[in-house]
Structure formats: C-alpha cells, structure tokens
Design a protein around this ligand. Structure first.
Ligand SMILES: Cc1cc2nc3c(=O)[nH]c(=O)nc-3n(C[C@H](O)[C@H](O)[C@H](O)COP(=O)(O)O)c2cc1C
Length: 189
C-alpha cells in the first residue's frame, strides 16, 4: 500500500504539516510507504489555459508536476491537506489543481488516473465556523471527483491560527491520530 500526501500550506512545518504528520504516523507504524510533497517547495507553473492537454493529454510545461502525478499513479491513498486561505485552498494547491487538466475526466484526450484509489481531505482554519472548512473540502472533493478518485475520509480543524494555538490545544493532535487510526482500520491496512 502506498500513500501520497500533498501539502498545500507554504509552511512545511506549520499547523497543517504538523496535523498531517500526526494523521500519517499510524500509517507509517504499519509500514505503509508514504511520499510527501510540500507544494510550496516545488516548481509548479501556472496553467496558462493553452488547452494543449485537450488535444494530446499532455501539458506543455515540464516541471515538478511530472513527479507528483507519477506518484499519484502508483499510490493507493491520496491525502490532500490545506489551511484555509480566504475560505478555500491555498494558491499553491489551486495551481496544482489547475495543472491536473491532462487527467480531468471531462478532457476528451485525458490520460486517465488508474481507478480504485482513495481520497482523503484535510482542512485547517483559524476561525471557529465549520462551514468555511466544508467549502475547502468541497474544492478538494470536486477536484478528486474529476480524477475519478472518491473522497472517502475528511478531517477538519477549526480555531487554530498560530503554532502556539496547536501547542495549547493537544486534543487537536489526538483527534488527528484517531483520524489516522480510522483510515488504517477502515482500509484494513
Ligand atoms: C493569506 C491567509 C489567508 C487566510 N485566510 C483564512 C480564512 O479565510 N479563514 C480562516 O479561518 N483562516 C484563514 N487564515 C489562517 C490560516 O488558515 C491558519 O493560520 C492556519 O492554521 C495556517 O496553517 P499553516 O500553518 O499550515 O499554514 C489565513 C491565513 C493566511 C496567511
């Protein structure tokens, strides 16, 4: 079993990264191969809307997208995690999503992602209202749906603004551990 984690926060050691690591700890203990991509550290150009990928299923740009997509192809579980930026995924994650048009199921010449994968979405925000994180999860679900990857698990955390907030609220990381265990149990890992 292989898992790929795609982190949308520009902070590689920020709140979302810490929560994501906690979620995947149990998976790691079960000797699952985990590959982590921090989008903020990667070279991913904006989609220019040229629509070349609608003719031949390929993007004209050659950058770190190739490596991430190759890993998604061979992974069983795709975890996408983002803090809320203005009520949605970060710009880094949106650029990544835009660049997935070569694999989108409305692209007539797409390169289909193999079926049978499991999608996981994680959202973290400073505000308390759960509704905003639901929007963020809906963005990820919409994206994964167009790759024919069902969103099976979702995890949202509200009320975490600074790294100190996370330290002051140990129950958040406990919930993250429980969520990881839920995946391990449900997926019979
Ligand atoms: C540019 C920017 C926009 C943000 N927009 C929101 C927002 O709309 N709603 C919210 O609850 N938090 C918002 N936040 C707060 C972050 O979601 C929050 O601090 C989160 O814990 C950061 O996670 P990170 O450390 O993984 O980056 C925003 C933060 C930044 C930097």
């Amino acid at each position: 079993m292989k898992v790929v984690c795609i982190l949308g926060s520009p902070k590689s050691n920020g709140n979302t990264a810490t929560i994501l690591r906690k979620i995947t700890e149990t998976l790691e203990q079960n000797e699952i191969e985990i590959t982590r991509y921090n989008l903020g550290e990667m070279k991913i150009g904006y989609c220019t809307g040229c629509k070349s990928c609608e003719k031949n299923g390929k993007c004209v740009q050659n950058d770190d997208m190739n490596e991430i997509i190759a890993k998604i192809y061979e992974s069983d579980i795709i975890i996408m995690a983002s803090p809320s930026y203005w009520g949605d995924v970060t710009g880094q994650m949106k650029v990544f999503i835009d660049r997935c048009m070569p694999y989108c199921n409305v692209n007539p010449n797409r390169l289909p992602i193999p079926v049978g994968k499991t999608g996981v979405a994680v959202a973290v925000r400073a505000g308390q209202n759960k509704k905003e994180n639901k929007n963020l999860i809906a963005t990820i679900e919409h994206f994964l749906g167009h790759l024919d990857i069902p969103l099976k698990y979702q995890f949202t955390i509200e009320g975490i603004s600074t790294e100190q907030d996370l330290k002051n609220n140990p129950s958040v990381l406990e919930k993250a551990t429980d969520f990881g265990k839920e995946i391990v149990y449900a997926e019979k890992i």
